[in-house]
Ligand binder design. Structure first.
Ligand code: B3K
Ligand code: ZN
Length: 844
């Protein structure tokens, strides 16, 4: 396979003035006719006219009306062209009905739809399929289907055809087409300058009842982007389509967002509070791309974080604004530790802006997205809110309509603030999670904080230079009062000391407040200090973090020293739960424990070999001890979920339910899940129903409820995904692999549907002790299915290979078992480029 390098970038030799496409839809023989106006690019020296094209049957091609017979490879064609503007025309035939990879034009339940990012447009027609080639598009769709959609504004329609014109130049990856029997859920938005925009959420018949929430989320997003970023929508219509077969969450195609139905359809009966929150965030994310991604796009795919990091940052701001900021920050930190840290500290580690790839789809990662967003957060913290918003204004002003780089992005901050950001830029090029160690000194009224940073070597990068790390710090007095408000220390050296003078007594430092940088903080706090911060920290994030560290320390001692659950942790949790002033959602988060996979990482960091069963046992024991310790509070906490008002997925109600359900989970360890059975029977919404069912399953019960749940929800694909995932997720370590295998034999296990495949296989990989069963049954089952899925859907297969990325943490026997499975996958004949790259990176 060929490797593409950032350093090899050259502009395309031609500019595209306009693209006209005609689609004659047919399931197995769709004709795509293109008419494209090219002209030589004065800024490019290399005038090779190479058009990408894959899986296309060329019917005819011409330049300025003269037919040509080009030589075609499996990647595309190179043609000799005039040294002047010319018109390219081609007709190709494609087979959407057999496109199971879900990239390019494909079919889902009889509906035509597209996914072009990153490089899917080349499966639709011959084209310079690269993000720096931008053009306006006019699209005519001929097809015997009631709804025919493409990007931009409608510009004509009749019986069996429709035409769309997109006035905004865009790269081909933002092209979209949808055709099918769809029902519109309409909406409307008037922009800040008075433009009326027609909104539609298009769904399959039967899903009409699941549209209200998504539509409202869209309208909120449109308003928020105006209020906070001054960005207005720029077309007459905005369409969202829900599709059942989709490789990821959603796609920001200009004016025609396409969504995995799991990321847009919602109703109280079928969706959990967590589903609602995720849907709201994804709708916002895709909408925000209209400016950060579409109007200003990426010069090449190495710059992916330019649009993704920024857009994730923007959607996080949105969620913090309309829900709870501390809760969102904690959720994001949990997510970063669960997904990005393992990636950044293992064989798949790569810079936020990678320097090479074989298959770009393998780089839509937690590092590019979430660490990319953290970088923006750090930048904002360093320059301040006002400078941030000036820099963003300059970014939109200077680069609207362009395909940009990280250098362009950094430059607007430098120009706005007169700050030299060259060292800061290392966040984009250096991979690995920096570890910041803390040491303290107290001497006669002066408190000295010494911070040292270190980043382990990562694949391809042995030398690491110090990065700019904003460390937000506050100091608390012995009575819990804040004696120094939060201040952002800029750690730029390998080691640096900061002094705080004029203090009456030795303070307790609250470090890395609000999770001010995506680093691992190594701070030898005593349990007593952590308990103190858990009780008193004025920064909600760090207060939560103190509880988290206490929990982790006690778990590690239970694993390594056979210790009993620590009193500091148990009493600390009890106090937090008792504190009725605290937001219920926040209290629920306080009850969370580090994941078993994180505990494995923490053990590995300490030079220990993690034993998945010992980790599992410690978590069970601590849970049980917690349940006993707080049992008097549980009935009252659980009754928090019993909300009189009609169901609403808002943060307030959702927070109460999450605390109530956390209480239910603890209660179930004491009452044999009797209360859970009652809740299940009475549940009027999916949040209550599913959490009750999970308590029952965790307690080894719930057989009958599983069957009634199946009968009740058999007709609903999204709820059935939950049914599959929950059984694997809640299975005991010894049975997880068997439960998963049995479910793969279920008539409803439609493995070609990515949601269903992930429901079972993703849940298997996430069930730490179950997946890592000592005999390797979990590894073998996952590998079997990855091998089976690869020829059908390489993208989803490759993505799921990351379940094996942490393999070198474990003992020699498990390493041998995993290596054998990875090798078996690698040696599969005709393995896709996607999976080949992933497996070889993981193995090396
Ligand atoms: N930009 C798309 C992701 C495309 C993934 C291609 N493999 C969704 C998003 O980030 O908004
Ligand atoms: Zn995105």
């Amino acid at each position: 396979p060929t490797t593409i390098y950032l350093k090899d970038y050259t502009p395309f030799g031609y500019l595209v003035d306009s693209v006209h496409l005609t689609f004659d839809l047919a399931a197995h023989a769709t004709r795509v006719t293109s008419r494209i106006a090219f002209r030589p690019n004065p800024e490019a020296s290399d005038k090779t006219f190479f058009l990408h094209g894959e899986d296309l049957k060329l019917i005819r091609a011409s330049i300025d009306g003269a037919d040509i017979t080009p030589e075609i490879t499996d990647k595309g064609m190179t043609v000799v062209t005039p040294d002047a503007p010319f018109i390219w025309e081609a007709e190709v035939e494609i087979d959407p009905g057999n496109n199971t990879a879900l990239e390019g034009l494909y079919m889902s339940n009889g509906m035509y739809c597209t996914q072009c990012e990153a490089e899917g447009f080349r499966k639709i027609t011959f084209y310079p399929d690269r993000p720096d080639v931008m053009s306006t598009f006019t699209v005519r769709i001929n097809g015997d289907l009631p709804v025919l959609l493409s990007n931009g504004n409608p510009s004509g329609k009749g019986e069996g055809w429709a035409e769309w014109t997109d006035p905004w130049p865009k790269p081909a990856y933002l092209f979209a087409l949808v055709a099918g029997e769809l029902i519109a859920h309409p909406g409307q938005f008037t922009t800040m300058s008075g433009r009326d925009v027609e909104l539609n959420l298009w769904v399959r018949p039967g899903d009409e009842g699941k549209c209200d929430f998504g539509m409202e989320a869209l309208r909120k997003s449109m308003k928020w982007d105006e209020d906070v970023y001054g960005r207005e929508y720029d077309l007459d219509v905005f369409n969202i389509v829900a599709v059942d077969d989709f490789n990821m969450g959603a796609m920001e195609n200009k004016g025609l967002n396409i969504f995995n139905s799991s990321a847009v359809l919602a109703s109280p009966e079928t969706s959990t509070d967590a589903n609602f929150e995720r849907i709201e965030a994804i709708i916002a994310h895709e909408y925000f791309h209209n400016w950060t991604g579409n109007r200003i796009t990426c010069r090449d795919w190495f710059q992916l974080c330019l649009k993704e990091g920024l857009t994730v940052f923007r959607d996080a701001q949105f969620t913090s604004d309309i829900r709870s900021a501390p809760v969102k920050r904690i959720e994001d930190a949990i997510d970063l530790c669960a997904r990005q840290f393992p990636e950044d500290n293992g064989p798949l580690s790569h810079p936020v802006r990678p320097e090479s790839f074989q298959e770009i789809n393998n780089f839509y990662t937690a590092t590019v997205y979430e660490k990319g967003a953290e970088i923006i957060g750090m930048l904002k913290r360093l320059v301040g809110d006002e400078a941030y918003s000036k820099a963003l204004d300059l970014y939109f002003l200077r680069h609207d309509g362009q395909a940009c780089t990280i250098e362009d992005w950094i430059k607007v901050f430098e120009d706005t603030t007169d700050r030299d950001l060259s060292q800061f830029k290392r966040w984009y090029s250096q991979s690995g999670t920096p570890r910041v160690t803390v040491s303290e000194d107290w001497n006669d009224g002066t408190y000295t904080l010494t911070l040292a940073q270190h980043t382990e070597e990562t694949p391809g990068q042995s030398e690491k230079l110090p990065q700019v790390i904003p460390v937000a710090v506050g100091l608390l007095g012995q009575n819990g009062d804040e004696v120094r408000a939060t201040e952002v220390l800029e750690l730029t050296e390998a080691e640096q000391s900061f002094q705080f003078t004029g203090l009456a007594a030795k303070p307790v430092a609250s470090i890395l407040r609000d999770f001010s940088a995506p680093v691992i903080l190594e701070h030898d706090h005593t349990d007593a200090e952590r308990a103190f911060l858990l009780a008193h920290d004025t920064d909600p994030f760090n207060r939560w973090q103190a509880g988290r560290s206490l929990a982790q320390d006690t778990l590690l001692r239970m694993i390594l020293e056979d210790a009993t659950p620590g009193a500091d942790y148990l009493d600390g949790v009890l106090a937090v739960l008792r504190d009725g002033e605290l937001d219920p959602a926040y209290r629920a988060l306080m009850l969370g424990l580090p994941s078993q996979s994180e505990l494995a990482a923490a053990l590995f960091d300490r030079g220990e070999t993690p034993d998945p069963m010992a980790i599992w046992t410690s978590v069970e024991t601590l849970r049980q001890a917690t349940a006993q310790h707080v049992q008097d509070l549980l009935p009252r906490l659980h009754s928090e979920t019993l909300i009189e008002a009609p169901y609403s997925p808002d943060a307030d109600q959702a927070g109460k339910r999450s605390l109530g359900n956390a209480a239910l989970a603890l209660t179930s360890r004491l009452d044999g899940a009797a209360m859970a059975a009652e809740q299940y029977a009475a549940a009027g919404n999916m949040t209550q129903q599913l959490s009750a069912l999970s308590c029952l399953l965790r307690a080894g019960k719930g057989e009958a409820e599983l069957s009634t749940f199946y009968v009740q929800w058999q007709h609903d694909r999204l709820v059935m995904d939950k049914w599959f995932a929950l059984q694997v997720g809640m299975a005991s370590p010894a049975t997880t692999a068997d439960v998963a295998r049995t479910l793969t034999e279920h008539a409803d296990f439609n493995w070609k549907n990515p949601n269903r495949f992930r429901a079972v296989m993703g849940a298997l990989a996430m069930n730490h002790a179950g997946f890592h069963r000592a005999d390797g049954a979990g590894y073998a089952l996952l590998a079997d299915w990855l091998i089976k899925l690869d020829p059908v859907n390489p993208q989803t297969t490759a993505r799921m290979c990351s379940a094996f990325q942490t393999w070198k943490r474990y003992d020699a026997d498990r390493q041998d078992l995993i290596r054998a499975q990875l090798t078996r996958i690698a040696e599969t004949p005709d393995l896709s480029r996607d999976t080949t790259e992933m497996v070889s990176r993981i193995l090396n």
